[in-house]
Design a protein around this ligand. Structure first.
Ligand code: AMP
Length: 279
């Protein structure tokens, strides 16, 4: 596995692979890698002949400076983890000046999808995500890219702008990888204190209970209210808890198949998100 830190060096590698007729797949990440990220690498098995994992903590998607500063980083450990898969050809970890040189002024904005859920909570966040993902897809020359359902709204948004901008990339969605107690793996989990980590298991449990309530015919508003109260009892500050259509992300009045439950809730300073389908 080669570690590439500069955009020009990556361009040379990609050009060489193109002459060899390679199919390139990419997995964009912000590092602090875990089994969820590795599931994305594995999702490219048999689909591509070259794999590039990108690691870039993208400053323009953080609307809180402290959150950006405190985001977990560890390139060496990440490189070892990727190397040990035996599947990754290049780890691309550009620096900020290479991604956003002086005078950088462009944003990709996906209207509508960026205003609800995490978009309402974190203004500008999804413009930052769409911009960096577009750049990474172009820089890596990927024809396939894997993204996790853990960040379901992000996945919807990426599908949208890839279609809207005619980017020649196939998006592979990957189901959320969870800990044994159901907590979705996330780089942010590293910042939880041991007691907070114990508390955090209440999040997936509350979602599952809410889905059971919905499936057994409890009204949506009552089920969501019970779930919110349940989360508060477990120490969460709930930013949103919504039932929405899985394709359009529009609010759903009834729990029909295709709807999903979406949550963002904080334990202290740590903001966690999750989502689950109503089957
Ligand atoms: P991040 O490094 O957190 O920005 O995530 C990079 C990619 O990994 C995104 O496509 C995420 O949706 C995906 N991802 C993060 N956590 C998980 C998880 N627990 N299961 C599946 N995919 C994940």
């Amino acid at each position: 596995m080669r570690i590439i830190r500069s955009r020009t060096e990556l361009a040379t590698q990609v050009a060489q692979w193109r002459t060899e007729g390679a199919t390139i797949g990419t997995v964009p990440t912000m590092g602090a890698l875990h089994a969820g990220h590795l599931a994305l690498v594995n999702a490219l098995d048999g689909v591509v002949t070259r794999r590039i994992v990108t690691i870039f903590v993208n400053p323009i998607q953080f609307n809180n400076a402290a959150d950006f500063q405190l985001y977990p980083r560890g390139l060496e450990a990440d490189a070892t983890l990727l190397q040990n898969t035996g599947k990754v050809d290049v780890l691309y970890a550009p620096d900020e000046a290479d991604m956003y040189p002086p005078g950088f002024a462009t944003r990709i904005m996906v209207s509508g999808l960026d205003e609800m859920l995490c978009g309402a909570d974190r203004p500008g966040h999804f413009d930052g995500v769409a911009t960096v993902v577009t750049k990474l897809l172009l820089q890596t020359g990927a024809s396939v890219a894997a993204f996790g359902e853990k960040d379901y709204q992000q996945l919807c948004l990426i599908h949208r702008f890839v279609r809207d901008l005619d980017l020649p990339v196939r998006i592979i969605p990957v189901p959320t990888v969870r800990e044994a107690d159901g907590l979705a793996l996330s780089s942010r989990n590293r910042r939880l204190t041991p007691p907070q980590r114990e508390q955090a298991s209440a999040l997936p449990t509350a979602l599952k209970t809410c889905i059971t309530d919905l499936q057994t015919g409890k009204p949506v508003a009552t089920s969501l209210q019970t779930c919110r109260e349940n989360l508060k009892i477990h120490g969460f500050d709930v930013h949103y808890l919504d039932l929405r259509m899985g394709d359009t992300l529009k609010e759903a009045q009834t729990a029909i198949p295709g709807t999903r439950l979406f949550v963002a809730a904080s334990l202290g300073e740590i903001r966690l998100i999750d989502n689950m389908p109503v089957t």
